[in-house]
Design a protein around this ligand. Structure first.
Ligand code: ADP
Length: 387
């Protein structure tokens, strides 16, 4: 009988597990709020409920052998009752617990001795001015919970802006130094039930307005930097006793220093290139890990790969057939279209990966430029192209 895997969350990350699930003979059952959510179409069965609806997860648990996450914004306290009663979550809830609050995550990383930007939790009781003593402007303000794609991340130029945001919000905040990085890097790593670890190549990512625009694999970094990043991944996976795939976002500074920005305890946008560019995709690897299978080869199957997110630039119900077709005609390109029913500015509608026979930055920039000119009609604001 085939393995039944429950997934909390039914967006594009779960949707991209579909092919791997078929290949491995795994049945997917998703818990997601919307009938039109991408993964509903590839699931054997869907429970239409919010990801933090633990009562729905209790039902999900009766229909599958193991439960995993495409979205970590769950109600951990409520789920731990289920875990106590024998529901098998992979990763186990204890591995998620230190990561869901950005401040607690930072403390966890720091306690492990990993390099992180300077940070503190903003206290409402104390004067903000006195708390800012050690940090000059600009600073980066982040809501401690439920931030993604830069929602809840603000670069703050001065004290007046900081006060205004805090006074108008009930959220709890993390404040950190603004890191004038030269590059953003990311790495995907996976750990199996037996503690075996595999690591993908470190990639370079570009975020604009806090949203990932494109990813280049592999990143052009030194061997030492690459080893340091891999060591960070090993340390984190092992100390969390993590099972599954996770992504680590990092900053590289002008002095060549590496700082960990954030961990995402799930498959990650920076690993989408692996669907086409690696021997095993991050999605298959995640299924392998959480289903107790052996992990497999993560190597690149090309000299380099570039992945560009196709972000919405208008509110529309178009399926952008024409643009998608033109994009698909780029040599060595694969377009992944998430089938969302509505486009909105900034919404991730799909992505395209192009594989290259050489690792040449000019050629990569040309491809990004070409993708942008096809995807984005003249006069619309799309900001994929590096400045
Ligand atoms: P999210 O969880 O919403 O993805 P992140 O913490 O990853 O938020 O921040 C999103 C982006 O904002 C980062 O990729 C980076 O470009 C920018 N950013 C975040 N923190 C800092 C920082 N301390 N200094 C400079 N830029 C930052």
């Amino acid at each position: 009988m085939s393995m039944k895997l429950g997934i909390i969350g039914g967006g594009q990350l779960a949707w991209m597990m579909g092919d791997a699930a078929n290949k491995l003979g795994v049945e997917l059952i998703v818990q997601t709020p919307g009938q039109n959510d991408p993964a509903v179409s590839i699931a054997q069965y869907s429970i239409l409920a919010a990801v933090d609806d633990a009562a729905a997860t209790e039902i999900l648990a009766t229909k599958c052998d193991i439960i995993t996450f495409e979205n970590e914004f769950v109600n951990l306290t409520a789920l731990s009752l289920l875990e106590k009663n024998g529901v098998c979550f992979r990763p186990q809830l204890a591995a998620l617990a230190p990561l869901l609050d950005k401040y607690e995550q930072r403390c966890y990383l720091q306690d492990l001795g990993l390099p992180v930007p300077q940070f503190f939790a903003l206290s409402r009781e104390k004067e903000v001015e006195s708390q800012m003593e050690n940090l000059g402007f600009p600073v980066v303000l982040k809501t401690r919970r439920h931030g993604y794609d830069g929602q809840g991340t603000f670069v703050i130029p001065d004290f007046a802006t900081l006060s205004k945001i805090i006074n108008h919000s009930k959220a709890q905040f993390l404040v950190e130094e603004f890191v004038p990085f030269t590059k953003e890097l990311a790495i995907i790593a996976a750990r199996s039930v037996h503690g075996e670890i595999v690591i993908y190549p470190t990639v370079e990512t570009l975020q604009k307005e806090q949203v990932c625009r494109w990813v280049i694999a592999p990143a052009t970094i030194t061997k030492e930097q690459s080893l340091e990043i891999e060591a960070i991944a090993y340390k984190l996976l092992n100390s969390l006793q993590y099972v599954g795939v996770f992504g680590i976002e990092l900053f590289l500074t002008a002095e060549g220093k590496i700082l960990v920005n954030e961990i995402a305890p799930r498959t990650h946008n920076s690993g989408h290139y692996s669907l086409d560019g690696c021997e095993t995709s991050q999605f298959e690897q995640h299924l392998r890990a959480v289903c107790g299978l052996q992990l497999t080869n993560t190597t690149l199957n090309c000299a380099s790969a570039v992945m560009v997110n196709l972000l919405g630039y208008e509110t529309s119900q178009s399926d952008y057939q024409k643009q998608r077709q033109q994009l698909a005609e780029i040599p060595q390109a694969t377009v992944h279209w998430y089938g969302k029913t509505e486009a909105r500015p900034g919404r991730k509608l799909g992505h395209i990966t192009v594989l290259l026979e050489r690792n040449n930055r000019n050629a990569i920039n040309d491809i990004i430029h070409k993708i942008e000119s096809i995807w984005c009609p003249p006069g619309k604001i799309c900001q994929n192209f590096p400045e």
